[in-house]
Design a protein around this ligand. Structure first.
Ligand SMILES: [Zn+2]
Length: 447
């Protein structure tokens, strides 16, 4: 028990350091400055015989690797990956300083507390404890503290995949998103993220003919055409696809049989989500069964007395795994109908989704260690609608999961609000649980 308390204190203090370092990534190449957290982690992990590799992808953009070499080359390599950057925060909208890392009543407040510095910290705690206890596993353990997850991984996982693939070669990967308990009648269920939707951004350029705003009759107004383009996109619903992961998740979380039946039937899911009281779950049900189209930005017009001749509409499209970027373009054409030939479409981002099998030795191991730490619990596979660095590995056929082990103190419904939102926070019991889980997992899985 004393040892458990020490783990909690250690993880809490390391997380606070990482939050205070404020490696804020606003998407510009000079932001992030992840060297601060790489330095902090190297300092923390020093003194127990670990070696370090630093990968510099740009000025002040540093990723850190340490590894515990396995003794059996045929045994699997496990990569634990935590990102060190965070998204910006607006201090005026927070109850506490987003970079103060205050601890109040067992809760650590700060940007990154749940995305995902808590896991980056607890993974490091486990690695340090294993190294200090002279852990000599069969398989190799790699810990990667990676930069730039919050801006697509260009200076982080993407850079390493392209330029240092040997350094991150692994048979299995675990990173963020998952492990927040969903209460059910038969005990808590801890979701494991096994797949993600593909990010597809499309820019629709609508043209028109400039004219005087005082004579709108029979003009070719790009903004008016754009309004119809947006209306059609918003109304468009592609045919649902019921993925195996969605069905398995529904069955695991103990919903009424009729609800499970409706939400896992391509002919009924849209109607069932439409009638659901809980709007958050309705959105999830829709997003997990459809490629979604959300028109989110518009730029057009230069002056109030001029008929505009140019409007750009930015659409955020999230494709189900198995739906290729070319399929997305086909769907968009279908949505636009006869307006398709009147617009230009650019693709600032075109990525397929990614999916791993849940039927792996790693999933079995996760199930074992989770049930040992939280008796009566079980794990279940889940599709994530956002994107993480896991996709770089899944695209190459390496099973990559999102997990952590959270206490029930902060309800699972709060997590979606905290991600990139205000008042991000984590309870210290979750830090203890995750630290112990990573350590137990390495012992169980790497042997
Ligand atoms: Zn994240």
């Amino acid at each position: 028990m004393r040892d458990d308390a020490a783990v909690q204190v250690e993880a809490t203090e390391l997380l606070r350091t990482l939050i205070r370092n404020a490696c804020v990534n606003d998407g510009t190449p000079g932001s992030g400055q992840e060297y601060r957290n790489a330095d902090a982690l190297e300092d923390y992990l020093a003194g127990v015989g670990l070696g370090f590799e630093r990968y510099v992808s740009g000025p002040e953009r540093v990723s850190l690797i340490t590894r515990i070499e396995g003794r059996d080359p045929s045994a699997p390599t496990l990569l634990l990956m935590g990102h060190t950057d965070v998204v910006p925060a607006n201090p005026r909208a927070w109850q506490r300083d987003p970079f103060g890392a205050e601890v109040v009543d067992g809760i650590v407040w700060g940007r990154g507390a749940t995305d995902m510095l808590h896991l980056t910290a607890t993974m490091a705690v486990a690695v340090r404890r294993l190294a200090a206890r002279d852990f000599r596993p069969r398989g190799t353990l790699i810990y990667l503290a990676v930069a730039d997850e919050e801006a697509f991984g260009t200076y982080g996982a993407g850079y390493l995949t392209a330029h240092h693939s040997d350094a991150i070669r692994a048979d299995y990967v675990i990173t963020e998103s998952g492990g927040v308990p969903v209460p059910t009648r038969s005990g808590p269920v801890f979701p494991v993220t096994i797949g993600e939707k593909g990010v597809n951004w499309r820019r629709i350029i609508v043209g028109g003919t400039a004219g005087h705003g005082s004579m709108p009759f029979r003009t070719d107004n790009a903004l008016v055409t754009a309004a119809e383009v947006i209306r059609r996109i918003a109304a468009y619903q592609p045919r649902p696809t019921i993925l195996d992961v969605w069905r398995r998740y529904l069955e695991a979380i103990d919903l009424p049989a009729e609800t499970v039946a409706a939400l896992s039937d391509a002919d009924r899911v849209l109607d069932a989500a439409g009638r659901m009281d809980h709007v958050g779950f309705a959105r999830t049900a829709h997003a997990c069964t459809h490629t979604t189209f959300s028109p989110n930005m518009i730029r057009g017009g230069v002056k109030v007395n001029m008929v505009p001749d140019h409007v750009a509409i930015e659409v955020d499209i999230r494709a189900l795994p198995g739906v290729m970027p070319s399929d997305v373009d086909h769907m968009l054409s279908e949505a636009l109908g006869d307006l398709r030939d009147h617009v230009l479409i650019e693709a600032p981002c075109a990525e397929p989704g990614s999916m791993s099998s849940f039927d792996t030795p790693l999933a079995e191991s996760l199930g074992r260690v989770t049930a040992a730490l939280v008796p009566g619990s079980r794990i279940a596979p889940r599709l994530m609608v956002g994107a993480t660095d896991a996709r770089y590995f899944r695209w190459n056929g390496v099973p990559a999961y999102g997990f952590g082990l959270h206490s029930p103190r902060i309800p699972h419904t709060d997590y979606t609000v905290m991600f990139h939102g205000n008042d991000e926070r984590i309870d210290v019991e979750s830090l203890r649980l995750s630290s112990l889980m990573w350590e137990a997992l390495c012992r169980d899985f790497l042997g």
